[in-house]
Design a protein around this ligand. Structure first.
Ligand SMILES: Nc1ncnc2c1ncn2[C@@H]1O[C@H](COP(=O)(O)OP(=O)(O)OP(=O)(O)O)[C@@H](O)[C@H]1O
Ligand SMILES: [Mg+2]
Length: 296
């Protein structure tokens, strides 16, 4: 088996080298090297304003680097024709805006436009892809509603449906669970898992919920102030020390009783964690026992 960092021969190879990203003179990301594991689900985590969306936008060519480059399958994304890139890589931005009055089905249909040419117009394949994406995101009943008249969560699912319909081997999702109730969050993350496992799609998603990142990602990239503070398997990256370093938050780390992945339980000023002694006491509820923590 190749190491996680090495792209399989047939999978998309997305990487960034020496990236510097800035808005005018304000540098947000500096000297960043990144390899996205092919055929895997990667979660990017980090504090507000650390540069996650900026990075995702650069990977999708929505932002031009001041230095360095993003390569997809050995080619700079900035030298690729727009259509060729859109056939390989799709992005759900953090705050997408739909044209006024556009219906859900038309929005999702726009995801198919990279697959059309003047000689190959709308086809039954496009039709199927749209309906399948609507079904997968439970948006079929809302297909003919205007996107700008939906609730925040419904609107978010409409955009996810568009990204799904685009059918790209690489999907970049910036906080795909924003606005969603807990059940719909899990639906979307399960859908991401399905797209990865059954269709081999490479997914990179920004998540704020560290427990969901641990459950749903194969690989985690923790960012701090525009740099990579840690990357690797979730259990290796998402530790109490990392949470304190990256978020300035003390926590205890237990085990998710469902997925057996790390479970982050934050403390905060008004709640202290159990002392080491309490944790060692016999009879402590095993599901509440931290495996590591910044207690005391
Ligand atoms: N269009 C812009 N123009 C100028 N500055 C920007 C722009 N977009 C983002 N920034 C700045 O760049 C920095 C990184 O922003 P970014 O959106 O990448 O953060 P983030 O990690 O995605 O945060 P969040 O978790 O809040 O979404 C912030 O300081 C932000 O104010
Ligand atoms: Mg963001």
């Amino acid at each position: 088996m190749p190491p996680a960092h090495q792209a399989p021969a047939d999978g998309p190879d997305l990487r960034a080298e020496g990236l510097r990203l800035a808005y005018d003179d304000r540098v947000v990301v500096e000297d960043l090297d990144l390899v996205i594991p092919s055929g895997k689900v990667t979660a990017i985590v980090g504090a507000n304003a650390c540069g996650k969306s900026t990075l995702l936008r650069a990977l999708a060519r929505l932002l031009t680097p001041k230095a360095g480059a993003v390569h997809l399958d050995g080619r700079s994304v900035h030298s690729m024709p727009t259509r060729a890139l859109a056939q390989k890589l799709g992005i759900l931005p953090q705050t997408p805006v739909a044209p006024e009055g556009l219906t859900v089905i038309d929005l999702v249909g726009r995801g198919r436009s990279p697959h059309q040419t003047w000689w190959r117009q709308w086809s039954s394949t496009d039709e199927e892809a749209v309906h399948e994406a609507l079904r997968a995101t439970a948006m079929t009943d809302l297909a003919h509603r205007a996107v700008d008249e939906l609730s925040g969560g419904q609107r978010q699912r409409a955009w996810i449906a568009m990204a799904v319909a685009q059918g790209t081997p690489v999907m970049l999702l910036d906080e795909p669970t924003t606005y969603l109730d807990l059940a719909h969050q899990i639906d979307v993350l399960d859908l991401v898992t399905d797209l990865n496992r059954h269709q081999g799609r490479t997914v990179v998603m920004v998540l704020h919920d560290l427990n969901q990142a641990c459950r749903y990602a194969d690989h985690v990239i923790a960012m701090k102030a525009g740099r990579v503070a840690g990357e690797g398997a979730p259990a290796d990256v998402i530790t109490a020390a990392m949470v304190e370093d990256v978020f300035g938050l003390r926590c205890v780390v237990g085990e998710d009783p469902v997925s057996r992945t790390p479970l982050i339980v934050p403390m905060g000023r008004h709640h202290e964690g159990p002392s080491d002694q309490e944790v060692r006491q016999e009879g402590t509820d095993v599901s509440a026992v931290p495996v590591s923590g910044t207690t005391g």
